[in-house]
Write a protein that binds this ligand. Structure first.
Ligand SMILES: NC(=O)c1ccc[n+]([C@@H]2O[C@H](COP(=O)([O-])OP(=O)(O)OC[C@H]3O[C@@H](n4cnc5c(N)ncnc54)[C@H](OP(=O)(O)O)[C@@H]3O)[C@@H](O)[C@H]2O)c1
Length: 343
């Protein structure tokens, strides 16, 4: 099982009543995932400010809109050198300019990267490698929920390519830069929707059944959490920690377009993009996330990865998922990450 890491005694204790309320909100789903959950929990957090990130290099994918834009702006406000990874040059440049203006931090760069295309991911990783000797944090945020089955030019179903295979390849290619910056972090943005789904390694490409976008999306989000744990194991001892998180239910163009009915009903309760991005910024900047690896977080607290017994995957399925990601992405593991270690 993944190392969840030991907490140090310096972690500020949270009163039992607060932890209980937090857990009740979490299990109620609607209480925890909406703006209500965020606003209640915010009162429980330490009032001390997050550490400054001057001199640190962070990369945020899908940073031209929604949660990614809010996360990139939050990290720019902390002084980081921010790489906005976007697939469209105009949308990307608009976001880069807006982040620099609003944060007052001019050190914001645009890198073009279509996560659904392996050649584009490789080109972006090469651009970064030429431009900077280190990456202190990679935030794999870009994501899609397609309504019908489409395949990319690499022959990969679109949600699998964008949410899983592209980020897997980008992570692998950036390991040398992350190791150089150690202690450093990879943050994978998953979804609470993954709680309802089990991974299907026998049908990763979603070819067998009628295509149900929400289910396929949730399975890719489950895969992200499993791969987070597996990267954490592989990178144990390198100083690179790997965490996943879910942002709750957030008002973005993406949720409006992909889940219009859900959006109509839930609109008054949705979080702002800044509220959804809060845990990404915290995982990237705070000291506590460096004390463990492989965790799944929501609202600054580590959460279980399974709530339903039938969603649990087997060790063999985990290994098959990893092997399929290696095969689909063409990642040369010998050229990047070390072999897994026991911790
Ligand atoms: N909103 C929610 O309630 C919610 C809940 C749970 C999890 N999440 C997760 O949070 C993340 C951000 O979601 P969001 O709601 O902010 O979505 P969004 O508003 O649709 O933004 C998604 C971002 O990803 C980018 N993107 C999509 N496909 C891409 C590709 N092939 N290559 C590069 N970039 C690509 C988009 O770029 P374009 O502008 O070019 O399309 C956009 O910048 C996703 O991983 C999502 O699964 C969101």
């Amino acid at each position: 099982m993944p190392p969840t890491g030991a907490r140090t005694p310096s972690e500020p204790p949270q009163p039992t009543a607060c932890r209980t309320l937090d857990t009740v909100l979490d299990r109620s789903v609607i209480g925890g995932y909406t703006a209500l959950g965020y606003r209640v929990r915010r009162r429980m957090w330490s009032p001390s400010a997050l550490p400054r990130l001057d001199g640190r290099v962070v990369v945020v994918t899908g940073a031209n809109a929604g949660i990614g834009l809010a996360a990139a702006e939050g990290l720019a406000r902390l002084g980081a050198t921010v790489w906005v990874a976007a697939r469209d040059p105009d949308r990307g440049e608009r976001a880069r300019t807006a982040i620099a203006e609003r944060s007052g931090n001019p050190d914001v760069h645009l890198g073009l990267c279509d996560l659904s295309r392996l050649d584009s991911v490789r080109a972006f990783a090469a651009e970064l490698t030429a431009a900077t000797p280190r990456v202190d944090a990679l935030v794999n945020n870009a994501g899609v929920l397609p309504s019908r089955r489409e395949t990319t030019p690499d022959g990969i179903e679109l949600a699998l390519a964008t949410n899983v295979v592209g980020p897997f390849l980008l992570t692998g290619l950036l390991v040398p830069l992350l190791e150089r910056a150690a202690p450093s972090r990879v943050i994978n943005v998953s979804s609470g929707g993954m709680y309802a789904r089990r991974i299907r390694v026998d049908d990763l490409q979603s070819e067998r059944d009628a295509f149900d976008g929400a289910s396929v999306y949730a399975r890719t989000k489950r895969a992200e959490v499993i791969l987070t744990e597996m990267w954490a194991q592989r990178l144990a001892g390198t100083g690179v920690v790997v965490h996943s998180m879910h942002p709750g239910w957030v008002e973005t163009a993406g949720i409006q377009a992909s889940l219009p009915r859900f959006h109509r009903v839930m609109a008054p309760l949705l979080r702002t993009p800044e509220e959804g991005a809060d845990t990404i910024v915290w995982l990237t900047a705070a000291d506590e996330p460096l004390r463990s690896t492989g965790g799944f977080w929501h609202d600054r607290r580590e959460r279980p990865t399974h709530l339903l017994p039938w969603t649990q995957e087997t060790p063999q399925e985990r290994e098959q998922l990893w092997a399929r990601c290696v095969a689909l992405s063409g990642l040369d593991l010998a050229a990047s990450p070390p072999e897994p270690t026991d911790r």
